[in-house]
Each structure stands twice: as C-alpha cells, then as structure tokens.
Design a protein around this ligand. Structure first.
Ligand SMILES: [Zn+2]
Length: 258
C-alpha cells in the first residue's frame, strides 16, 4: 500500500471518461501495472506527452490495496522512442514487442529478465535493426525467459535422433517429434530444414544483425512457428494489429509479411 516507484515501459492504454487515461505499464519491480492518469488528455496535463505507447521512464504510482487499477502520480520520461511511431512497420513491430511483454508479464511480480528483453528490443528497433530478424530473435528470447525453449535436436518425447528432411513440431510437447511419436500428437506443424537451420543458429545466439538472409517463404515459416508456439503457451492470440485498427486497408496479412 502507498506510493510505489519503479522503472517502467508504457505497453498499452485506453481512454477513460472525458479526460482520463488508463495506462498499462510493464515495471521492473512490480511486473504489469494498470493505473489511471487523471486528466492525462487535457491540453495542459502535467503528464504532457510522456505516457505515449513505448515510453520508457520512472513511474510513481499510488497502490490501491483493493483494486488492480492504481493511481498514476508521476512518470519521468527517460526514452520517448518517438522513432517507433514514425512508420507503420516500426509501430507494428514495436507493438508486438510490448504486446508479448504484456502477455508474459504478471501483475505484482517483476522480472528483470523480461524487462530487459522488452527494453532491449525497443532500443534495437529504434536504432534501425532489421525488423523480422529482430522480432524472431525477440520471440526466441521470450520463449527462453518463460522456460519454453523448444527441443529441436532430438525427439522431445523419446529422445531418439531425428531423420533428415521436413520435421514435425508438437505444440503440446514443445519440440520436434520423430516419425513414431508424431502419430499420437494432437497439434503439430511442419518445419523445413531451412527453417530448422535458422532456429538452431538463433537458439545458439549466433544470429547477428546482417549475415542471415532468409527467403520470404522460410521467413514466414519461422514467424508462423514461433508465434503459434508462443500463442499456444500463453493461451492467447497475438493481436498487435489492434493498435492500428482504425487504418483503412490494413490487415493482419499486411502485418505478417514484414
Ligand atoms: Zn520419438
């Protein structure tokens, strides 16, 4: 109870009433926090433009003991990440980062690893790192942070080595399945040797910023596999497009091609 303070990143929000705003933050010390910024939409608000999506700063809030909606007192901006709102591609990529962060984050429970993962990805995006490579690396690191790193070297069920060629990935099992074990698996998706090669490098942390070039089909396959597995584990769809819902002609298909 009382005033709390933590380093924080704005990961979402929506308007409340005439002039207020509910802001969702991922904080270093207390995990996910939802707080009302009173008067945030007034022209002369004391928050100014500091509570924009992706903003990184120092949060002070008043904790309400009987509610999960607290009162935002102060947000001292450190990094505004203005650049992330300058193009649809960047906005979408950064939205996926904070959306996944919010899905993985727990209220009242901070994780230094998750906080660093979100902030690091926003910084790399802001510095112009190639989007799809950055997002795939982010998704793999997210799986590692959550303890869901997939098994891709042996059959996840019987530990036998795998034959060459196209593999079968079991979502429930959390890894590749040999021809014997895949028979009993409920939900599977296929993985090509090229996609597997990329995943192996990525899991070993050998993906740099430029030396990996993936053909669009493999790029799309890796994206589908990682996002489907994350959605399965987190029990929710990744719906980054909701931030952009008002844009005509914009669809999830447009998003996923980047
Ligand atoms: Zn097996």
């Amino acid at each position: 109870m009382g005033l709390k303070s933590s380093e924080a990143i704005v990961i979402g929000g929506h308007n409340l009433g005439e002039a207020d705003r509910i802001v969702v933050l991922y904080t270093l010390s207390y995990g996910k926090v939802r707080a009302v910024a009173a008067g945030a939409r007034r022209i002369r608000s004391r928050f100014g433009g500091s509570l924009e999506l992706f903003s990184h700063g120092r949060l002070v809030y008043f904790e309400r003991p009987t509610s999960d909606l607290h009162r935002l007192n102060e947000f001292a901006l450190c990094e505004p990440f203005h650049g992330l709102r300058t193009s649809l591609e960047l906005l979408t990529a950064a939205s996926e980062v904070v959306e996944l962060g919010g899905m993985a984050g727990v209220e009242g429970e901070g994780s230094a690893e998750l906080f660093a993962l979100i902030l690091g990805a926003l910084r790399r995006l802001n510095n112009g790192m190639e989007l799809s490579l950055l997002l795939r690396t982010f998704e793999i690191r997210m799986l590692r942070t959550l303890g869901y790193l997939p098994e891709i070297d042996k059959c996840v069920r019987c530990r036998r080595s795998l034959p060459e060629g196209v593999q079968s990935f079991g979502l429930n099992e959390g890894g590749l399945l040999c021809p014997v074990c895949r028979g009993g698996a409920m939900e599977t998706t296929t993985v090509s040797p090229a996609a597997l090669g990329f995943l192996r490098e990525a899991l070993q942390g050998e993906i740099g910023s430029s030396h990996v070039t993936l053909i669009p089909e493999v790029r799309e396959e890796v994206r589908y596999l990682l996002q489907t597995f994350l959605e399965f584990k987190l029990g929710r769809r990744i719906r980054s497009a909701r931030f952009l819902a008002g844009i005509p002609g914009f669809s999830l298909d447009t998003l996923s091609s980047h």
